[in-house]
Write a protein that binds this ligand. Sequence first.
Ligand SMILES: Nc1nc2c(ncn2[C@@H]2O[C@H](COP(=O)(O)OP(=O)(O)OP(=O)(O)O)[C@@H](O)[C@H]2O)c(=O)[nH]1
Ligand SMILES: [Mg+2]
Length: 390
Amino acid sequence: MPTNLPAEALSKWEEVQKARTPEERLRKLQEFYALVPKHKGTEKLLKQVRRKIARLREEVVSKRERRRSTGFFVEKSGDVQIVLFGFTNSGRSTVLNKLTGRKVKISPSPFTTVNKPETGVFTWNGVSVQVVEAPPVIENLEDTLTSRALALVRNADSVAITLDASSNPVSQLLKLGDILRKGGISLKRPKVYVSVEPNPSRNGNIIRIRGKLRGCTLKDVERALAELGIRNKIVTIHGEADLNSIEEYVTMMLKYKPPIIIMTKLDTLTHEEADSILEKIRGVVRDTLVIDMRRDLNSVKSEITEYLMQKLELIRVYTWGRYEKQPANRPIVVKKGSTVLEIAGRVHSSLHENFRYALVWRRGDLGRRPVKVGKGYVVEDLDIIRIVGT
Ligand SMILES: Nc1nc2c(ncn2[C@@H]2O[C@H](COP(=O)(O)OP(=O)(O)OP(=O)(O)O)[C@@H](O)[C@H]2O)c(=O)[nH]1
Ligand SMILES: [Mg+2]
């Protein structure tokens, strides 16, 4: 039982005790965690709370998984999934159709896409991007459509905020940012963040350090993740991270999703108005891709794909089977830092098990002799790889 805590935290603790559903308990517990001062004296308590959060979340997630069959969940297909998130009539269906060639219903009357999320896929330079149209957002967090839209974003790699340029897009952007934040989605990259994805080889956790570990070893991280119930995942740790900040990011609700801003209906404005609006929006979201839907589609697709590859730290590698005349046409898209052994696992589990060595043509240069490498070799964008098994 917590003692010596600020009044706010104590009263939140009472709310935790009173919570009736696991979802509510989880949310209250996360709020409680945020209210506890972080110092030596509270370290033990915080650690216990994190474990509790992890257990509760497992319970909530398995319940959600059972609910998936009811439709408001889009299984990821393709290399990257983005969700079109915006108010009704902002042009989400129009963008989906343009990008993916789908023929989803478009209408000037509001609330057209509400019954189920519409989806489509486009491919650019071998990378396939799945586009999901979320139901429209309503400025009330308790609203079902909004919470469904938020759930879709939480499950995606990136959020594509769709703004109608003809009706105060800056205010739309601020409101949507606020709704996303309250829904547990951060558009700004935190100092430390951790991405957790399924490990297709299912051989335990693979941990990658993209920044630096402070005051802890890889072994400590492995142990902590196991205690938090993380299994068979690829865990990538970004930033200068100590054990607390890693555990905190994994347990807390706020998750980072790199945003894209999509501007529709700029064609209904004069060129001067459109330019001034684009400039204002860029001023609000620095370092974020702003898409002008008046531009030609290939530039739009290329900009989106390149941006996602960079923000999500993805690279493309081409495999070349021993008995094939040439390398595969389509790349395998993996996180930066992946090893040839992980690539082997993606191709086939037997290649993973029987791995002997790999030949790598760096950056796709077939003019040079390939290098012979072992399983821990880290691949780079555009590498061509032949895996040799026993
Ligand atoms: N001029 C112009 N009209 C657009 C643009 N994008 C969308 N529209 C129009 O805006 C209206 C709404 O477009 P939709 O694509 O249906 O919008 P939505 O966000 O999917 O709307 P709901 O699913 O109903 O919430 C339609 O009449 C579209 O033709 C655009 O870039 N320029
Ligand atoms: Mg629609």
